[in-house]
Write a protein that binds this ligand. Structure first.
Ligand SMILES: [Zn+2]
Length: 125
């Protein structure tokens, strides 16, 4: 059974590295700007995801700073996941397969096109 020091170092690690995850999501959000007219909802979604990650980051930093029990990371993460799940239609509108024909979508269409359809289905409409 690992000791309290181990869990403290895990919490510290998480609080220091979450910023990279946040930056990655923000870079994706900036890339989505190029597809403005197709990716409006998905661009908002990456913004919401970034806000949830930021809340998680602030929470873990506060836990480390005020030397609160490390176990608080669990309810913090659970609360944010519940919020994300409650608003899943807005927070996670990404689909891997075409909404109409079920074919696998390309990464570009998954990330940058709100329609969630493949090229062929979109042309047919
Ligand atoms: Zn299709």
């Amino acid at each position: 059974m690992p000791g309290a020091d181990f869990f403290r170092s895990v919490t510290t690690f998480i609080s220091e590295r979450t910023i990279y995850l946040l930056l990655a999501v923000l870079v994706l959000n900036m890339l989505q700007r190029r597809y403005q007219q197709h990716a409006r909802e998905k661009r908002l979604a990456t913004l919401y995801i970034a806000m949830l990650i930021l809340a998680f980051m602030i929470g873990t930093v506060l836990i480390v700073y005020f030397a609160l029990p490390d176990v608080l990371v669990v309810p913090l993460l659970a609360a944010l996941l519940l919020i994300g799940y409650r608003f899943r239609a807005r927070v996670f509108p990404f689909r891997l397969n075409c909404r109409l024909c079920g074919r696998r979508l390309s990464g570009k269409r998954i990330l940058f096109f709100d329609s969630n359809t493949c090229e062929q289905c979109e042309q047919r409409q």
